[in-house]
Design a protein around this ligand. Structure first.
Ligand code: SAH
Length: 336
């Protein structure tokens, strides 16, 4: 039987080892056996819950940011709202519910970049009412050349990283059918080539046509000197190397690398700041109070618990960071 384990063992037999990035790419996005390509990982029954799935408040705040940027763009020849890795499509639905009340909505095309045919199908179902307005892309390469706002929540953490111990790249070998990491000396660092390539290509596009990019993800702005590779299954940490394809594999996002990539093409960068800082600045508490005015007791409790999950330091508030990078033409960056 061919499955991911055998495929990886064969590759390792041929080449002696695979890099961490090769291992992640296959486990996550192999067309037949990959983690994202074969399932819906979100929600209580899935493996993890993301901010848009916790509360509509999150998507609404991202909607406010999006509007703030769109208002500073000349949309007379059209503009695009782009989401990278939309998951179930919950965030873009919450954003569109806000944006469609504004005149700029009529000039907007929606573009969703999703590598998983399985998740694309789910997004099509959940976004049925916007059918004519949305196009899907497997990669950023086919995005149009018009002004755009690009959103990425928990997208970059899903891209393969290369890990180094000192200056030597860490690899994965196999012994008696079990995978193991090569041993290295020196501080651990991680760089995601694919993330940097994507950021550079989008930055060049924004520089040319105007617009901005908002990245929200767990990550760091200073070197961590340790491995941030993690595997999650059924809401629990899982061994990174066991059961390839069965768990979500991620690494914390290296925001310094993303910032460098954006600045290289002339974009301005704000942040990364903590998610708590960003969401509070953009007005999440005011919106929560407004929602609570029309809510019953149990709904009020739900709103408070969602706020706590999104903002508290021991939950998503501090680990998650928000970075905005925009065309130099954009003067005001909401939330920073
Ligand atoms: N933004 C969503 C989902 C995050 S999970 C949320 O917050 O709930 C990561 C998403 O990125 C999934 O939709 C996954 O299928 C997609 N994805 C992963 N690698 C990708 C790639 N290389 N290109 C495009 N989409 C990718």
């Amino acid at each position: 039987m061919t499955d991911l384990r055998n495929l990886l063992l064969e590759k390792i037999k041929e080449n002696g080892s695979v890099t961490v990035a090769e291992y992640m790419a296959l486990c996550l996005c192999h067309p037949e056996f990959g983690y994202y390509t074969t399932r819906n990982p979100f929600g209580a029954k899935g493996d993890f819950i993301t901010a848009p799935e916790i509360s509509q408040l999150f998507g609404e705040m991202i909607g406010v940011w999006t509007l703030g940027i769109l208002q500073q763009i000349d949309v007379s020849r059209g503009a695009a709202l782009v989401e990278l890795g939309p998951g179930k499509g919950t965030m873009i639905a919450d954003i569109l519910r806000i944006i469609r009340k504004y005149p700029v909505y009529d000039s907007l095309e929606i573009h969703l970049v999703e590598i998983s045919p399985y998740l694309e199908k789910l997004q099509r179902e959940n976004l049925g009412q916007y059918a004519g307005k949305i196009s899907w892309h497997r990669s950023i390469k086919t995005l149009p050349e018009i002004p755009m706002v690009i959103l990425a929540n928990e997208f970059f953490d899903a891209l393969p990283v290369s890990q180094f111990a000192g200056s030597k790249e860490v690899t994965i070998g196999a012994k008696s059918g079990e995978f193991y990491f090569s041993k290295g000396k020196g501080n651990i660092s991680e760089h995601s080539l694919e993330s940097v390539e994507i950021m550079e290509s989008l930055a060049a596009k924004i520089m040319k046509n105007s617009g901005g990019i908002l990245v929200i993800d767990y990550g760091y702005t200073e070197p961590t000197n340790k491995s941030t590779l993690q595997a999650v299954k059924n809401h629990k940490f899982h061994d990174f190397l066991s059961g390839p394809g069965a768990a979500d594999l991620t690494a914390h996002v290296n925001f310094f690398d993303l910032e460098t990539a954006a600045e290289k093409h002339g974009l301005k960068v704000s942040g990364a700041v903590t998610q708590k800082n960003f969401l509070e600045n953009i007005g999440i508490r005011i919106r929560a109070e407004a929602l609570k005015k029309n809510a019953n007791d149990s709904q009020r409790l739900k709103i408070d618990s969602a706020l706590a999950r999104l903002l508290d330091a021991d939950k998503m508030g501090e680990l998650f960071k928000v970075m905005a990078t925009v065309s130099p033409k954009i003067k005001e960056i909401p939330g920073f």
